[in-house]
Design a protein around this ligand. Structure first.
Ligand code: 13P
Length: 251
């Protein structure tokens, strides 16, 4: 049985003081979630990771939004896995479409990062998803398949057992134009079939999230799909009331 997972991606939002307020306010939600077999988490900016980790419930997943694949060295502006681990952070988003678009994050670079995270017992949340033009041209599956095959290259079934994949069609991110639950199910089930081909039955244990304009009002429709195991939520994860609404509506 795959546990449900609700993960907020705060992107470049929230001062440290705001992140702390959210972490404190979220405390009572985590127990409710865990009792219902749902994992809850947030991905704050680097600057807020330590504060959120210290002030949130211990059961709250706290994820970084990115990491470098080298452990140390002359990489100005970067953060390493051991720096995250020192703060007790053991989850990290990889390959978000905004990083692919603005920061030259390629499938190959994602692969290096995912391998480094797994080698350090961390949980990568590997993001994939196509642009509007790729969707309209009917090329979603070929595009996503390439992202999965290259991003997860050279890994074994044992390596990927804790991996999380997030399918986020770019045309539905922050646009309010969310993909239908049918599309989400179709692509998430397709991703699972590729994972099965690559890694065998462990694919049945890998959580696949949908992301893109998920709100308290539509979260249940996505999580009712058999191959959608949770949601990666941007805008609607920023305010505690809305974050709580996401959880309450799937209980
Ligand atoms: P929105 O929920 O704001 O559309 O963002 C989705 C996303 O990019 C989460 O990673």
């Amino acid at each position: 049985m795959r546990r449900k997972l609700l993960l907020g991606n705060w992107k470049m939002n929230k001062l440290v003081s705001e992140a702390r307020d959210f972490a404190l306010a979220s405390k009572p939600l985590v127990g409710t979630a865990l009792k219902n077999n749902i994992d809850l988490g947030v991905a704050p900016t680097y600057l807020s990771l330590d504060t959120v980790k210290k002030n949130a419930d211990k059961g709250m997943i706290v994820a970084a939004q990115n990491v470098h694949f080298n452990d140390h060295g002359a990489f100005t502006g970067e953060i390493s896995i051991s720096m995250l681990k020192e703060l007790g952070i053991d989850w990290c988003l990889i390959g978000h479409s905004e990083r692919r678009e603005y920061d030259n994050e390629t499938n190959e670079k994602c692969n290096l990062k995912i391998k480094a995270l797994i080698a350090n017992d961390m949980v990568p949340v590997y993001c994939c998803g196509e642009s509007l033009s790729t969707f309209e041209a009917g090329n979603t599956k070929a595009f996503v398949s390439e992202q999965i095959r290259v991003g997860l290259r050279d890994l074994t079934a044992a390596d990927v057992k804790n991996l999380v994949v997030a399918y986020e069609p770019i045309w539905s991110i922050g646009t309010g134009k969310n993909a239908s639950a049918e599309i989400a199910q179709d692509i998430c089930s397709f991703i699972r079939s590729i994972l099965k081909e690559m890694f065998g039955n462990v694919a049945n244990d890998i959580r696949i999230l949908y992301g893109g304009s998920v709100k308290p009002e539509n979260v249940k429709a996505y999580l009712s799909c058999p191959d959608v195991d949770g949601a990666l939520v941007g805008g609607a994860s920023l305010k505690i009331d809305s974050y709580e609404g996401l959880l309450t509506n799937i209980l």
